[in-house]
Design a protein around this ligand. Structure first.
Ligand code: ADP
Ligand code: MG
Length: 275
């Protein structure tokens, strides 16, 4: 006697739903629907409101994931924000202008920013914070040091993929080029970098930080003609940030040392040796 195989039981709806939500790329729906359904039941929400709550959660999470993705794609050496920046430490910096720039409208206008100042005054911190603000507001960002960018451009040229890299760099909404001026560029390096600034002109914003005033940029690009042409493009619509002062870290460590050598508080009383 043969026994008929039991009919295949249909997959439980939770399994199918999980599958469909994954296909639709709605991970927050999948993670939250049971919890939100229980909440909806408790609060007497109808189906539309239940779905609305889930859709809102998915949107919030998706935005967060996109910000994270933009931050990763920017290749920041560190993630820094204005929350940890002490404006009082650098009075030469125009705080209202920086806070205005943090709203990112300059990116819509495709303006550039140049931050000048000696070493340790917070130029990199400020451009990282502006880069982070741009990522949070939905703009694509790429961060390079000037030397690093030139290195990548040369490598791309040698490997015959310069056009592709140039197209990527032209497309990004904000290009940050940190530390222009620390190392003089070779003629090829200067030309490659010039090409990038030129291609981005009026197409996207560029932030450049430098320890050198404009008059000395010729020493980096080694050519008066190239420097002139570059400055015309870069300074066409530009916001200038001046960071002049003592290095922030140096000032902090001096202040720490001063605190450490301060004499003992007489109120607390010192142990006086018995006569
Ligand atoms: P720069 O690029 O001008 O050489 P950095 O931005 O690298 O200077 O600053 C050096 C260090 O000091 C960094 O760790 C930075 O976060 C910190 N720093 C500089 N200025 C400030 C400031 N005003 N408030 C808080 N941290 C600062
Ligand atoms: Mg720096």
């Amino acid at each position: 006697m043969t026994t008929a195989a039991p009919p295949a039981s249909p997959a439980p709806p939770q399994v199918l739903l999980a599958h469909h939500l994954r296909q639709l790329k709605l991970p927050t729906f999948l993670r939250e629907y049971e919890k939100v359904a229980a909440e909806a039941a408790r609060e007497g929400l109808d189906h539309v409101r239940f779905l609305l709550r889930l859709a809102e959660l998915e949107l919030i999470d998706r935005e967060g994931r996109m910000v994270e993705r933009r931050i990763r794609a920017a290749h920041f050496p560190a993630v820094k924000s204005f929350d940890t920046f002490d404006f009082a430490a650098i009075p030469s910096l125009n705080k209202p202008l920086v806070l205005e720039l943090a709203r990112c409208e300059y990116l819509v206008a495709r303006d550039n920013i140049i931050a000048h100042g000696n070493s340790g005054t917070g130029k990199t911190h400020v451009c990282l914070a502006l880069g982070l603000a741009a990522c949070q507001r939905g703009f694509s960002v790429a961060f390079f040091t000037a030397a690093g960018l030139v290195h990548q451009l040369r490598e791309a040229r040698d490997e015959r993929r310069l056009l592709k890299l140039q197209a990527q760099l032209a497309a990004v909404k904000l290009l940050i080029v940190d530390e222009l001026g620390y190392v003089p560029l070779s003629q090829t390096g200067a030309e490659l970098l010039f090409e990038i600034f030129s291609q981005r002109h009026e197409r996207g914003s560029t932030i450049v930080t430098s320890n050198l005033p404009f008059e000395e940029w010729t020493s980096v690009f080694q050519s008066q003609r190239l420097t002139g042409a570059l400055l015309v493009r870069l300074t066409h619509h530009v916001h200038i940030l001046e960071l002049n002062g003592e290095s922030y870290r140096l000032k902090q460590s001096k202040a720490r040392r001063r605190r450490e050598v301060r004499p003992a508080d007489p109120e607390i009383g010192e142990i006086t040796p018995a006569p």
